[in-house]
Write a protein that binds this ligand. Structure first.
Ligand code: NAP
Ligand code: MG
Length: 474
């Protein structure tokens, strides 16, 4: 492997305050509850102290959103669009600052926050800004109305991108929002709050309440919330579905996944290897639609695995702020413990574990890229979401067997198909029970394209024209 000199991105572009309050009604205000510390998972250094919003704080935020709703929803769409365009442009202008802050708080490589997360965040705001004055042409009636106040709860794997997926369509459709970022990654949402002020967004249209699960529960259960949007674990998704049942609140749930990445013997192998690496090692595998199950046709399994292992030997794990880094830190000690537990179980259940030689830094939370071969469909590493850089490899002989194995999961979020034949791609896509099927690529996102799951992966779609439906009374 080549040796590279360190090429760290400067963290001087971000100004992290020692402590943060809540963003309610356009102002930063102290919370009435306790506080929590957010750390840099690559060093365990405390970055800042952040308020934990109490039920009273959540109530104030929901009331601020309600108060703002009248004016915001009555504003012509073309005027709302101006605010969204302005936010999108400020995000572009401040993208370096946002990318560095995201990497510090989350642990993802700067190469990804800079080249994937931030461009997509800006693209989402630009895209939904374009819809704000065209809602009557979206296919949801002649005069579609917003729902009111949206309570939005997001996870830590793509903090700012999940915020964009939630806030951009809600605002374009004329709703106001209260958003709760994840406990371990609140900082970019708080910088976004500052951007809302910079854009002169009317007070109360966006409110940010930080905190942990309890704050999230207070938000989704608040009677003043008309719409609940959640991305996270299936377990919490189930709790939320149960608690809002019968309340008349509209709900979208984006939950976990256990995607099959299926490689046929006629696939371009080098490209497939890149797609497999991108599918499971992008963002340390903290991706709900990650290609965590590799299904490879038996006749090429050995050749493909050799090539994959060679490629893994070239991945660089380490300082997320280094521009050469491919694999950053695991987001939290809790997530690292979960990845270790499931990986140890994989070995105990009889699968064979392999990692390249990969020294881990002394401080912080790290897990090497890992492959399991000899995995049976019944193994827990083949069924449960590891949410880490761990790939389970299974084989198949016929297309029908590939479909059967791919669909043999309680989830149904995404899938990948690698083959030279267009007809086979269509045949497979017809049969795979997954919200997104990528062909000869993986983990490609675009704001114009709807995203969402089947079965235990949740319901509702985000992105595209479809994403507006969740925020309109249709
Ligand atoms: P999680 O507990 O579902 O967290 C998602 C969000 O919901 C966070 O903001 C969380 O707050 C909040 N929350 C927790 N309990 C809540 C409740 N009872 N009511 C309302 N909101 C609540 O997920 P996690 O603990 O971060 O990760 C656990 C597993 O979920 C992962 O290992 C992975 O398998 C899966 N996951 C999936 C996705 C996805 O994109 N589909 C994303 C992340 C995680 P706190 O952050 O403060 O707990
Ligand atoms: Mg953090």
């Amino acid at each position: 492997m080549f040796e590279y000199a360190p090429a760290p991105e400067s963290r001087d572009v971000v100004d992290i305050k020692p402590s943060y309050g809540l963003f309610i009604g356009g102002e930063f205000a102290d919370g009435t509850g306790t506080s929590l510390k957010t750390v840099n998972p690559a060093s365990e250094e405390v970055l800042a102290e952040v308020a934990v919003a109490s039920a009273d704080d959540v109530d104030r935020a929901v009331r601020a959103a309600r108060e703002a709703f009248g004016t915001w929803s009555a504003m012509p769409g073309s005027e709302r669009a101006k605010y969204l365009f302005r936010i999108a442009r400020i995000i572009q202008e401040r993208s370096r600052e946002l990318a560095v802050l995201e990497t510090l708080d989350n642990g993802k490589p700067i190469r990804e926050s800079r080249d994937v997360d931030l461009p997509l965040v800006a693209a989402h705001f630009f895209y939904y800004a374009g819809w704000a004055d065209k809602l009557q042409h979206a296919g949801y009636g002649a005069d579609p109305r917003p729902l009111g106040v949206a309570g939005q709860v997001i996870p830590w794997n793509f903090p700012l991108l999940m915020l964009a997926w939630k806030i951009a369509p809600a605002l374009a459709a004329g709703n106001t929002v209260v958003l709760k970022p994840a406990e371990t990654t609140p900082l970019t949402a708080l910088l976004f709050a500052e951007i809302c002020r910079q854009a002169d967004l009317p007070p109360g249209v966006v409110n940010i309440v930080t905190g942990a699960g309890e704050t999230g529960a207070a938000l989704v259960n608040h009677p003043g919330v008309d719409k609940v949007a959640f991305t996270g674990s299936t377990e919490v998704g189930r709790l939320i579905a149960r608690s809002v049942a019968g309340t008349g609140k509209k709900v979208t749930l984006e939950l976990g996944g256990k995607a099959a990445n299926i490689v046929f013997d006629d696939a371009a192998l080098d490209q497939a290897v890149e797609g497999i690496v991108n599918g499971i090692f992008f963002n340390q595998g903290h991706v709900c639609c990650a290609g965590s199950r590799l299904l490879v046709q038996e006749s090429i399994a050995e050749e493909l695995l050799d090539a994959l292992k060679r490629r893994l030997g070239t991945l660089r794990l380490g300082d997320p702020l280094d521009k050469n880094t491919d694999i950053g830190a695991i987001n939290s000690a809790a997530q690292l413990a979960k990845i270790r537990e499931l990986s140890d179980l994989g070995e105990a259940e009889g699968a064979e574990r392999w990692s390249p030689v990969c020294p881990l830094p002394d401080k912080g939370f790290w897990f090497p890229p890992t492959i399991f071969t000899g995995v049976a469909q019944s193994h827990r590493i083949a069924r449960e979401e590891v949410f880490g850089p761990v790939l389970s490899v299974l084989t198949f002989r016929t297309p029908a067997e590939a479909v059967e194995k791919a669909n043999n999961t309680p989830f149904g979020l995404s899938a990948g198909v690698w083959t030279e034949k267009g007809s086979r791609i269509l045949w497979m896509a017809d049969r795979l029970r997954a919200g997104v099927v990528w062909a000869n690529t993986f983990n490609k996102f675009d704001p114009t394209s709807p995203f969402g799951g089947y079965k235990e992966s949740g319901y509702g779609r985000e992105g595209g024209r479809h994403g507006l439906e969740a925020y309109l009374d249709v």
